[in-house]
Design a protein around this ligand. Structure first.
Ligand code: DO4
Ligand code: MG
Length: 290
C-alpha cells in the first residue's frame, strides 16, 4: 500500500497541485480529506511510527480508482540528494570517462561517501513526463537508482525509483563540472509511487532493471541489485544528516550499478524504463533540451 502524489484532472500545475494519496486495493485515498497528513512534507515531519499509525487510520476511507488519476513525481518541498560511486560498475565507468581517474577510485574506498545535491521538484519529472538531456552535452546516460525517502528524524520511511540523468562528457572533462553534469531542467526522474519501508522485506536485496528503447526496439538492457552496493543505506543517511537538517524530509538517490557501454548515448525520443522489484516501474521519454 504505497503513497503517491497525484492530480485528478489536467487542471492545475504539475509542479505544485499534487495531492498526497494513499493507494489501497487499487483506490487512491485523498490523505488530507481522510484526515491523514495533508502533504508529503507533513508526512515526512512525522516519525515512522506516527506515519504508520496515521495511514492505518485512513485506510478504510473512500478513494477513487487508480486508473482515474494522474500520478506525479512523489515529491513536494524536499531536496533530492544523490550518492555517487557506490557500485563497482559506477567506479569503473567514471575511471574510463574521466581525465582525473584517481578521485573516483579514492572515493569508492573512502569512509566518507560522495554526496551531492541533485534536484528539487522543479527539475524533476514524474511517471510519463519527459526527462531531459543537455543541448551542450555529447554523451548522456540514465542512471537507475533506488531512492530513499527519509523523514526529518533521519528514518528511512520509504523507497522510490529514480533516474539520475547524467552527462558523461561534461563530468568526464573535469570532475568540478559535476553540478552541471547532474543538475538541469528535467534532469531527475522520480516515481511512480513511494513504497513504505515497513512493507519492503529486504531493501538491501532489491533487483533493479533498466530498459532503453529506441524506435520501438530495445537499445540497451541492464540489471543489478541493491545487494551489489559497496555501502549501506544507513551509512549514506548518516553522512547526509551530518550538520544539516531536513525539516520536510529529503530524498537520497543511492547511486547507479548499471552503466551502458561507452559507445552508447541517449538520444531525443528514447524511452527509459526503470524497474525496482517491490516498488514499481518508472517510465519516461527522453527529450533533448533546447
Ligand atoms: O561521481 C559522479 C557521480 C556518480 C553517480 O551519480 C553514481 O554513481 O550514480
Ligand atoms: Mg548517479
Amino acid at each position: 500500500m504505497p503513497l503517491c502524489v497525484y492530480r485528478v484532472s489536467s487542471e492545475g500545475s504539475v509542479r505544485n497541485q499534487g495531492k498526497l494519496g494513499y493507494i489501497v486495493d487499487g483506490r487512491v485515498i485523498d490523505s488530507a480529506a481522510a484526515g491523514g497528513p495533508e502533504r508529503l512534507a507533513n508526512a515526512l515531519e512525522l516519525s515512522a511510527q506516527d506515519l504508520k499509525t496515521a495511514l492505518d487510520g485512513i485506510k478504510g476511507a473512500d478513494g477513487v480508482p487508480l486508473e482515474s488519476v494522474e500520478l506525479l513525481a512523489p515529491i513536494d518541498w524536499q531536496e533530492i540528494w544523490a550518492a555517487g560511486v557506490t557500485y563497482l560498475r559506477s567506479r569503473d565507468a567514471r575511471m574510463e570517462e574521466s581525465q582525473e581517474k584517481s578521485v573516483y577510485d579514492r572515493v569508492y574506498d573512502a569512509d566518507r561517501p560522495e554526496l551531492f545535491l541533485k534536484a528539487n521538484i522543479f527539475r524533476t519529472s514524474g511517471p510519463g513526463q519527459p526527462v531531459g538531456i543537455r543541448g551542450d552535452s555529447t554523451w548522456d546516460v540514465p542512471e537507475p537508482e533506488c531512492v530513499l525517502v527519509i523523514n526529518s528524524a533521519a528514518e528511512i520511511v520509504g523507497y522510490t525509483v529514480g533516474n539520475d540523468v547524467s552527462s558523461r562528457s561534461i563530468e568526464g572533462e573535469n570532475p568540478l563540472y559535476l553540478p552541471q553534469a547532474k543538475m538541469f531542467d528535467k534532469g531527475a526522474g522520480l516515481g511512480p509511487v513511494i513504497a513504505l519501508a515497513w512493507e519492503i522485506d529486504d531493501p538491501a536485496n532489491l533487483p533493479i532493471t533498466l530498459v532503453i528503447s529506441r524506435g520501438g526496439k530495445v537499445a540497451f538492457e541492464g540489471k543489478t541489485s541493491t545487494s551489489q552496493m559497496h555501502r549501506t543505506f544507513d551509512d549514506l543517511v548518516g553522512y547526509l544528516f551530518r550538520y544539516q537538517d531536513f525539516f520536510h524530509g529529503v530524498f537520497l538517490m543511492t547511486g547507479t550499478g548499471i552503466v551502458p557501454p561507452n559507445e552508447f548515448t541517449l538520444e531525443d525520443g528514447d524511452h527509459v524504463a526503470i524497474t525496482i522489484d517491490g516498488i514499481g516501474t518508472l517510465e519516461n521519454p527522453v527529450v533533448r533540451l533546447a
